[in-house]
Design a protein around this ligand. Structure first.
Ligand code: SF4
Length: 244
């Protein structure tokens, strides 16, 4: 039987795409963001379990009365698009019942996987974590910035509804870094852009998992995040500052 490596399923989520959603958190991620708020999706020390696809389908179906017009199922992680081939039968079953599909993604995945995800998705929540190859390598610990750029281009050319999330902290939140990120999406002016300050709770989770705490970043203080949000909102038609 087909299974997915899952570390959590959350119901009635309001921040993981349009409407009320069931969010399935899939294990595995190629990045090593120091501020990661889901280290249990990255390091194999957490409570990861094999969930068979029919059971996940049943769990989502039981939430169907709450989805309304906009809601549905979101795949998060970890990096959920890395598992898109494995979960494709589940997604196709959900779509047959009219349930909409959303992915929360870093876009640091192969083009083949991203193309498939785009063909199956109704909505994409896309992180823009860094704006340069050198920041991808030095901050995220991953050298396939070319994959991210290619997938971002595919997303912009697609008809799939999407929004961008700019995660901010002391590692990636200088004005120069923010400008580099905005430059990547300037030809897609109508997509909503969320500005999200990192919070400082990740190290508690890392310690519980036996992962060495990261001391390299801090959330931005309120003055810094306001300044960045003002800058972003002048450059983007639609933007929102998300409070932690
Ligand atoms: S992409 Fe997401 S899950 Fe992966 S390390 Fe970064 S914050 Fe964590």
């Amino acid at each position: 039987m087909s299974v997915a490596k899952v570390f959590n399923v959350q119901h009635f989520c309001l921040d993981d795409g349009p409407g009320i959603r069931t969010t399935i958190f899939l294990f595995g991620c190629p990045l090593r963001c120091p501020w990661c708020c889901n280290p249990e999706g990255v390091y194999p020390n957490g409570e990861v379990f094999d969930a068979d696809l029919p059971s996940l389908f049943g769990e989502c179906l039981s939430d169907l009365p709450f989805y309304g017009k906009d809601g549905g199922v979101t795949f998060s992680g970890g990096e959920p698009i890395n598992s898109v081939f494995e979960i494709r039968p589940l997604i196709e079953d959900l779509r047959k019942t009219g349930i909409t599909i959303c992915f929360e993604t870093s876009m640091f995945v192969s083009k083949e996987k991203f193309r498939l995800a785009l063909s199956l998705a109704d909505f994409i929540c896309a992180d823009i974590k860094v704006g340069t190859k050198s920041d991808a390598e030095s901050i995220l610990g991953y050298d396939r910035f070319d994959w991210f750029v290619e997938n971002l281009s595919l997303l912009k050319k697609s008809k799939v509804a999407h929004r961008y999330r700019l995660i901010m902290n002391t590692l990636n939140g200088s004005m120069e870094q923010v400008a580099a990120r905005l430059q990547l999406i300037e030809d897609d002016p109508n997509a909503l852009t969320e500005v999200f300050n990192t919070h400082n709770l990740m190290n508690e989770k890392r310690l519980k998992l036996g992962v060495v705490p990261s001391k390299s970043y801090q959330a931005l203080d309120s003055l810094e995040i306001e300044k960045i949000y003002t800058y972003v909102s002048k450059n983007r038609k639609k933007s929102i500052l998300l409070e932690v």
